[in-house]
Design a protein around this ligand. Structure first.
Ligand SMILES: C[S@@+](CC[C@H](N)C(=O)[O-])C[C@H]1O[C@@H](n2cnc3c(N)ncnc32)[C@H](O)[C@@H]1O
Length: 378
């Protein structure tokens, strides 16, 4: 079989998978289906290997904290599954590796209506200092993708919004992105400039939401409560940190509100859920307190026991390991450091977990973080 024949088979395979997904029959295939779909969405992008190579390079230009498979999933997801008549919301683009993947998918989507946009929000500061911000895209300066104008903008501004806007200027997808400053509070009483606070215009609706800036328990609660007031049933929520061992609040949020969300697909640490019904801020507040400290060790044991069951049902030992690390993270957050550390160390002797030894070692270094900094065992 030659290369063209293989490419044709792969392209047809993808078309068939999309057709199955569109009928809703995929879920009937069973609990392994979401993982299968994620792998399909993150394989070859475009119709040929050459198209895939060009797009892969384009989606890899910016420094990013996502994997290539995650960005390809975003591209394919917005190309094929976004309904296109309502806007897209992103929180936490950093320099926009994920924004580009989403916007490229939107650009080529046959569903896209004129006027729909990717509205991306970030606090656009205090993530990296100017030196680190200059060092991070060093290869882009060397390759000439970034010029001295960007270097000056980074030096002169404490915000990186200007850099973000420069990076995304002059591309086919540029007009689709609108960047906004929006700071999510880490606790209900966090002081701050109300003008910078994360808020959404009342009359704007979104049908897909990408979450990568919900870096605290309360920030997640605030973001989800506000976003859910602007999405209807059928909308998608894509969580980049779902599998991150530190961010236990994301899977806990979805577990506590599980009757409102259905898992669609996932790859690596990015999980896509579909909203099943209207979810009011009251429904969120009823089950998700302002702080994890309002839940007990027994509450977390019950929540994670159910999550472990789900991972076993999906037959996914990588997700199981992530839940085990997140359970330890929750215990560490509550101050039960010895038990948290023992649980992580035990994973170093557990066959299914050992394949991902590096994550276990990372969790031993930093099990999780609070708004005031990392928690440490040693
Ligand atoms: C992990 S980075 C995002 C990576 C990015 N999506 C990519 O493509 O690689 C997290 C982003 O969340 C933003 N962020 C963190 N805390 C925030 C907060 N409280 N409010 C708004 N944005 C926040 C940071 O400024 C940063 O840009």
């Amino acid at each position: 079989m030659d290369r063209t024949q293989i490419e044709n088979i792969l392209a047809e395979f993808r078309r068939n998978v999309n057709a199955v997904q569109a009928t809703g029959l995929g879920q009937a295939i069973g609990p392994a289906y979401p993982a299968f779909l994620g792998r399909c969405l993150s394989m070859m992008s475009g119709n040929t290997g050459q198209e895939d190579e060009v797009l892969t390079a384009y989606l890899s230009e910016f420094p990013t904290e996502t994997t290539l498979a995650e960005r390809k999933l975003l591209f394919s997801f917005f190309l094929n599954y976004w309904e296109g008549s309502r806007h897209v919301l992103e929180v936490g683009p950093f320099l926009g590796g994920t924004s580009r993947a989403i916007a490229m998918g939107m650009l080529h989507s046959p569903n896209r209506h004129d006027g729909t946009r990717l509205h991306t929000y970030d606090r656009f500061r205090e993530y990296y200092g100017a030196d680190q911000l200059l060092a991070t895209p060093a290869p882009m300066f060397e390759a000439g993708i970034l010029n001295d104008e960007v270097r000056e903008v980074i030096r002169e501004n404490s915000s990186f919004k200007e850099v973000y806007e420069l990076l995304h200027r002059g591309h086919d997808y540029s007009d689709l992105i609108e960047a906004h400053i929006g700071v999510l509070p880490d606790d209900p009483d966090q002081p701050g400039d109300p003008a910078d606070a994360f808020a959404l215009p009342e009359d704007r609706e979104y049908s897909a939401v990408f979450v990568d800036g919900a870096k605290s328990w309360f920030g997640t609660k605030r973001f989800m409560s506000l976003a859910l007031a602007h999405t209807r049933p059928g909308s998608y929520y894509i969580f980049q940190d779902y599998g991150a061992h530190t961010c236990f609040w994301i899977p806990v949020f979805l577990e506590l509100l599980k009757e409102h969300f259905q898992l669609v697909t996932y790859v690596d640490h990015t999980y896509v859920y579909q909203q099943l019904d209207e979810v009011s801020p009251g429904a969120v507040a009823a089950v998700f307190p302002d702080s994890p400290l309002e839940l007990s060790v027994a509450d977390f044991r019950r929540i994670f026991r159910d999550l472990y069951d789900t991972a076993l049902e999906y037959d996914n030992t990588y997700t199981l390991l992530n839940y085990q690390l997140q359970h330890a993270a929750a215990l560490a957050y509550l101050g039960h450091l010895d038990e948290a550390r023992d649980r992580i160390v035990a994973l170093l002797k557990t066959p299914h977990a050992l394949r991902h030894r590096q994550w276990i070692l990372n969790a031993l270094r930093t099990p999780t973080y609070r708004p005031d900094g990392n928690i440490n065992f040693f």
